[in-house]
Each structure stands twice: as structure tokens, then as C-alpha cells.
Design a protein around this ligand. Sequence first.
Ligand code: ADP
Ligand code: DP6
Ligand code: CO
Length: 351
Amino acid sequence: MVYEATATAPVNIACIKYWGKRDTKLILPTNSSLSVTLDQDHLRSTTTSRADESFEKGDRLWLNGKEEVVKPDGRLGVCIKELRNWRSVEEEKDSSLPKLSQWPLRIASYNNFPTAAGLASSASGLAALVASLARLYQLPQNASQLSLIARQGSGSACRSLFGGFVAWREGEKSDGSDSLAEEIEPQSHWPEMHAIICVVSDAKKGTSSTSGMQRTVETSTLLKERLKIVPERMKLISKAIKDKNFEEFAKITMKDSNSFHSVCLDTFPPIFYLNDVSKSIISVIEELNKSNGKIIAAYTFDAGPNAVIYSLKENIPKVLGAINKFFPTSEESKDPFKLTPVDLPENFDYK
Ligand code: ADP
Ligand code: DP6
Ligand code: CO
């Protein structure tokens, strides 16, 4: 008998950014956040976990074919330990269950997009890990309960256990038991919402999210100002999603991305995640919205130079037209998503 399970998880891109921990060990955030989970067909992690009595002692994990060390008290180790504990509870309740909780694990994970490049690989990666182990162990816990574990692997991962529009509530308790993700609305509530991913660079970022946000918490005075604004933004964007008010959704998304990158600049030493191409994408979207007389596209950037543009389906051709006009894909580039900038004119014309 082979005990093996595979799960996939998509990335999620935050509109209200998580940036800062009040507890680094439990991964408790300094603010609530809200994201949109992309569909499974595009950017995703696929993870297979196998438990076997005959494996040599110790758990092992391979990411994109390369082994990552699983330290028992590290993030991967903590997630595995918590899920094992839940499995052993089931084994105690039902003695006919095989004792999978006592067997070593071998885990293989693949990302079908650049890892550690600011496209939320830690979100889909840790969510897929938790989902595959929950399936292997046949756990009864629901997605919100599993999000408590995924959160301890990578904060943003708790949101990737849900599709659609998802909030991560910061919670109040010091043990983190109320710091979990929940669905605001399913994808079917607003199926016209689309995301365009512009891969400006697939290189690994210089400052990981974990170390970047820690430095921000320690050195940025602007972060305190940001934390005052976020609760109101959470309310407003949740309402905008419920009302399907794209302009309001877009305005808050762009402002919060800008606020997050300002806080990065206010960190000492500063963190620059945006590059010149990222900034040009902001200008193109600004001009596109201006020339349409209303907001039809919203940019947002995670901890890297790559842009995600949210737009309603009917406006996607206009957005792609603008992006392709100013960032034609280079002929030599094997990567169809890679953007090559051209000089931006003073006045834009998207017709
Ligand atoms: P990103 O912007 O891609 O989320 P982070 O700096 O937050 O970048 O995290 C990248 C790290 O997340 C990787 O170095 C790796 O440790 C972990 N990670 C990414 N994908 C996976 C995966 N599929 N399985 C396990 N861990 C992963
Ligand atoms: C900018 O979840 O990658 O993407 O919890 O340390 O693993 P750790 O950080 P991570 O941070 C994500 C930061 C962000 C914003 C967001 O996804 O909310
Ligand atoms: Co991440």
C-alpha cells in the first residue's frame, strides 16, 4: 500500500498588503490583509507527499528538484509537526487507521512560475504543502483551520487555501488561534475580475519578504502611519468587492501598493522592489485610466518588480493593447511574458 497525496494551490495577490509581523515565530501580522486568489490554470504550486514506514528517519523536501533542508523548528518543520499532531489525534480516535503520523515523509514540490521573484511562490508553495499533507492524513479540519498552519509556513500562504476574494484577519490572541483566513466572496461573485501578470524579472529578489518586513518593523516610522489607515481600507475594499464597484476597488488597491512600497523606501537601509520598468507600468496604467475618463485598470506590486494588473474582462483588450504597445515582448526572449521597455511618449494614445 502506497500512502501518497498530491495537491495544487494557486498564488494569491494582495490588494491590501501584509507587511510586518507582531510575532515572528507564530507569524502573526501587524495588520489584516486582503487578496484575490488567481485560478489554478496559471501560477500554481504542485506538491506530492508520501509517508512510508521504510523511509530512513527524518523528513525531506525537494523544491523544483533541489533539496531544501527541513529543520524541525523551522517553518516547514513546524507545519509538518502540527499536521502530524492532528493526524495522531485521528489515529487515537480510530485504532484501525495506519499510523502515518509516525512515518517519515518525502515531499516534492514544483512551481510552474519563478520562485522567490515577488510572485507569491511562498503563498502557493506552503498552501500546497499543507493541502497535500491534509489530504495524505485525511484530516477533518476545514480550510480556515488549515490556514492557521499554512500561516506558520508563510503568512501569505493562509490566503491561498481559498479561491476568490480572501481576507486574513490579524486576530487579537497571542497564541494566534484567531489569526486566520476567510473567504469574503467566491470567485463566482465577480467572475469578470481578471488579473494580468507582467513578469518584469524572473530573478530571485535581493531581499526576501521575511527579512524585508522584519527590517521595516524595526526601522520604519512610516509603518506606524500605514497601520492607522489599513483597517478603514479593509472595510472599504470589502464593500467595493460586495458592490462590485471596480473603480473603488482599483483605487484602494493602487493606493495600498504605493503605501507598501513607500514603507519599503522608509526602511533603513531602504528596500527597492520596484525598478524602472515597474514605474513605467504605473505611468502606462495612469494614462490608460485618464484617457478612458475612468479607472479601468489597477496595478499592484508585491515584494519584487513584477506587476499584477486587475481589470474587468471587457477592458482586458485595452489593457493588453497598452502594455504590448509600450512593452513589446522581445523576439529573442523565450519567455513570452518578459517585458522589454520602449521609450514612453509624453502623450498616450491607446486607440
Ligand atoms: P515570493 O515572493 O516568491 O513569495 P518569498 O521570499 O516570500 O518569495 O519566499 C520564497 C521562498 O518560499 C522560497 O525560497 C522557498 O523557501 C519557499 N517556497 C517557494 N515555493 C515553495 C514550494 N512550492 N514549496 C515549499 N516552499 C516554497
Ligand atoms: C508583499 O508571506 O512571503 O507579498 O510570512 O515572511 O513568509 P512571510 O512573508 P510573505 O509576505 C508577503 C508580502 C507581500 C504582501 C502580501 O502577500 O500580502
Ligand atoms: Co512570499
